[in-house]
Design a binder for this molecule. Sequence first.
Ligand SMILES: Nc1ncnc2c1ncn2[C@@H]1O[C@H](COP(=O)(O)OP(=O)(O)OP(=O)(O)O)[C@@H](O)[C@H]1O
Length: 255
Amino acid sequence: MHPSSPATRAVTLEGVTRTYDGEQPVVALAGVDIDFRRGTFTAVMGPSGSGKSTLLHCAAGLDRPTSGRVRIGETDLSSLSEKDLTVLRRARVGFVFQAFNLVPALTVEQNIMLPSRLARSAPDPRWVAEVVERVGLGARLSHRPSELSGGQQQRVAIARALVSRPEVIFCDEPTGALDTQTAAEVLTLLRAVVDDAGQTVIMVTHDPVAASYADRVVVLADGRVVRDMPQPGAARIAEQLAHLGRPSYAVHGEG
Ligand SMILES: Nc1ncnc2c1ncn2[C@@H]1O[C@H](COP(=O)(O)OP(=O)(O)OP(=O)(O)O)[C@@H](O)[C@H]1O
């Protein structure tokens, strides 16, 4: 990877540690230095407990590091109050989770528009129409989430994340609840929002096939980055993860 200039960095972590106090203190992140360039799709992988979710939460301003610095664009998150952090998350960051996190009582359209309503912003209607078109939900706008398939619900969540034109979209196991075919559709959509809309996507996943849609695969172990691979392909990802002592990462359906 070429070092990126500040202007091209969507997210930067410098010396980020996160420890949890308690009877047995846990070091979830043990000094992570990494940056994510604008317009790229990165998969974050690693064994259970290696710090993936903690990394995502610190990078997205959902959690504060114990030490070190996180920047979204040029903004140092440690300089922000809780209130300003909330404003930043609403305006500049999008989230897609395994469980979709849609509001059951709201229609598809209302769910998509909810973050803008909370941020009291009015997105350009042409952009909203384009997002709806891009995720293929034009005919479903008045439906409730319970009337949609899992893949359609995840597409609503992606549209909801896109509508405020966030600088970066964080995804935590976005295909974890989907079958293989539906997962492929959702990953193709994420790939397209990076390629066509220049979005930045950072996705935690356990699945080497999902990670193979990314431009870059970063592997964590014990709170540190232990691999950083450009476009490795599912077989190489599975091989590298197996080296970390997790043979259960075998890629199904690949020779
Ligand atoms: N609130 C907490 N209190 C104490 N320890 C925590 C807390 N949250 C996470 N941890 C610990 O921090 C470490 C990293 O957790 P994290 O959830 O980031 O891992 P992960 O790689 O996302 O795991 P998984 O793949 O199982 O979701 C783990 O050892 C976990 O037990």
